[in-house]
Design a binder for this molecule. Structure first.
Ligand code: NAD
Length: 512
């Protein structure tokens, strides 16, 4: 079973090469000073070496995307939508290939990897629709014979920096929308996931060729933080959309601001659910387990804190602990598996340290926390998702540890639960489990959850693309995906048009 056996690294490498070839990626294996190792967390070993990009490659990419911009800006938006429509078709055709690569590089289980690609397809659909709906407003002018309009224009080159844990969906959220908005894109994916990036880029390049779009509307730059530096610092990149850790955001945000660039920041979360005495505990337990243990705790929206009313805490924790004991942990390609590997050794060390700190703070580990399959693959890090009951919200609970640890806190009054909920630096996702309408409405009101995502009776993770996605405080304030998030990828102009023969001034000013 998946508990004991793992695929071999050679087998994974072959599977990756097959998927890449099916998507049309070729010539990517190579050595050289900037080469990257393609690695799989399934075995923790390198698959093969990919030729890397450098800072100067990013300069070239910015120049090429900049050169393609004027023609792309002049292309009617619904024609730009045709490119994204073709991309969506190719993603549908190659859904399984791309999902295989997501599993190989990010360690996601099959259904979550397919879900990630489905999210790419969904955002393409949404963006194609948007391409006919990039609407501005007409506003009431205070002057006779005048009209006041708002028009939206393409921005230019958008730099996309993405994280390992959603190696392709985050690119699609940004790229599908940026392309219909008339922008061109330079993408620097996580250095941990070059293969998914190569495959999706190959599919987009095919869509570009099929629809006759300018070849430079998209460029891929491979490498680590250094490779992304020109995207952060170049005045030729008016918008940087960056997804990753708070540490990364703190490094790049001041640099982008220093050149008056715009940033969409999607940084870490420390997402909580409040469970009230009236909650449907069956439903809550299912929602909590998916959000807290799913994706091995490696989603930005992973549930990391549970704030439970003291009357139901013991029962809920006992139920969760029981489910946790039965979670199948192992090979993400096995259909029985629910929890795949952590991305690597650093994530495992961070989990160990956090658990030690929690215990030192008086926490009690009531489920999980151990390592699995070290015998089968010593360089892979499979862990049992952990539940830790905490006496209070200590420092470790206020940090995002990118691993499956669920801290449980208890409360007596709903006000106290809300205060605990909001008393962390991050503000991404949140939920309340309750059947009391007052509590539900208080949670989603202004004085309730301070997060960008506030749910009722579902977990914190697994957002739909139709809404705007993002969070407040150290999560960075960015919004992506649906609703009117497209406005972040365009520039707004206010037009006052005088169709009279007079020249009245605003505010009644008289000038000569
Ligand atoms: P990370 O910060 O290590 O890396 C993210 C990306 O930033 C990578 O491409 C990396 O190369 C790049 N980067 C890092 N430092 C940089 C610098 N100084 N200049 C330019 N680029 C730099 O994050 P990770 O480990 O890949 O991803 C996990 C983190 O991402 C978690 O904190 C998670 O919450 C967050 N995340 C947030 C969202 C969201 O939408 N809010 C979504 C997914 C992941």
């Amino acid at each position: 079973t998946s508990e004991n056996t793992l695929p071999g690294t050679a087998e994974l490498a072959e599977r990756a090469r097959r998927a890449l070839a099916a998507c049309g990626a070729a010539g990517y294996e190579g050595s050289g000073p900037n080469a990257l190792s393609a690695r799989s967390p399934i075995t923790g070993q390198d698959l093969f070496t990919v030729a890397g990009g450098t800072g100067s490659d990013a300069h070239e990419a910015i120049a090429a995307a900049g050169a393609a911009f004027p023609a792309w800006r002049d292309t009617p938006a619904p024609v730009r939508g045709a490119l994204v429509k073709r991309l969506g078709e190719l993603l549908t055709e190659h859904k399984q290939d791309l999902a295989d690569l997501v599993t190989i590089e990010a360690g996601k289980i099959g259904s979550e990897a397919l879900g990630e690609v489905q999210e790419m397809i969904d955002i393409c659909d949404l963006a194609v629709g948007m391409s006919r709906q990039l609407e501005g407003r007409t506003l009431a002018s205070e002057r006779p014979g005048h009209k006041l309009l708002e028009t939206w224009h393409p921005l230019g080159v958008v730099g996309v920096i993405s994280a390992f844990n959603f190696p392709v969906a985050v690119w699609a959220w940004n790229t599908a929308v940026a392309l219909v908005c008339g922008d061109t894109v330079v993408w620097k994916p996580s250095e941990l996931t070059p293969l998914t990036a190569l495959a999706s880029t190959a599919l987009l390049e095919r869509a570009i060729a099929d629809t006759g779009a300018p070849e430079g509307v998209h460029r891929l730059v491979l490498g680590g933080a250094d490779a992304a530096a020109p995207l952060v610092d170049s005045p030729d990149v008016p918008l940087v959309s960056a997804t990753g850790s708070e540490r990364m955001g703190r490094e790049i945000a001041p640099r982008i601001a220093a050149r008056f660039g715009r940033a969409i920041l999607e940084l870490g979360g420390n997402n909580a659910a409040i469970v009230t005495p009236s909650a449907d505990l069956d439903l809550a337990a299912r929602g909590i387990v998916f959000s807290a243990a799913g994706t091995a705790g490696q989603r930005c929206t992973t549930m990391r804190r549970l704030i439970v009313h003291e009357d139901v805490a013991d029962e809920l924790v006992a139920r969760l602990a029981k489910v946790y004991t039965g979670l199948n942990i192992g090979d993400p390609f096995s259909e029985e598996t629910l929890v795949g590997p952590l991305v690597g050794e650093r994530a495992h060390a961070a989990m160990r340290t956090a658990l030690e700190r929690a215990v030192a703070d008086g926490g009690e580990v009531v489920a999980g926390g151990g390592r699995r399959l070290a015998g089968a693959a010593q360089d892979a890090y499979y862990v049992e998702p952990a539940i830790v009951r905490m006496p209070g919200q200590t420092d470790v609970v206020k940090e995002e540890t990118f691993a499956p640890i669920l801290y449980v806190l208890t409360y007596r009054a709903f006000d106290e639960a809300l205060a605990l909920h909001n008393d962390v630096p991050q503000g991404l996702s949140s939920s309340v489990f309750t059947t009391d309408q007052r509590e539900a409405d208080r949670f989603t009101a202004s004085a309730g959850s301070d997060c960008g995502i506030a749910n009722v009776n579902i977990g914190t993770s697994g957002a739909e693309i139709g809404g705007a996605f993002g969070g407040e405080k150290t999560t960075g304030g960015g919004r992506e995906s649906g609703s009117d998030a497209w406005r972040g990828y365009m520039r707004r102009a206010t037009n006052t048009v005088n169709y009279s023969t007079e020249l009245p001034l605003a505010q009644g000013v008289n000038f000569g």
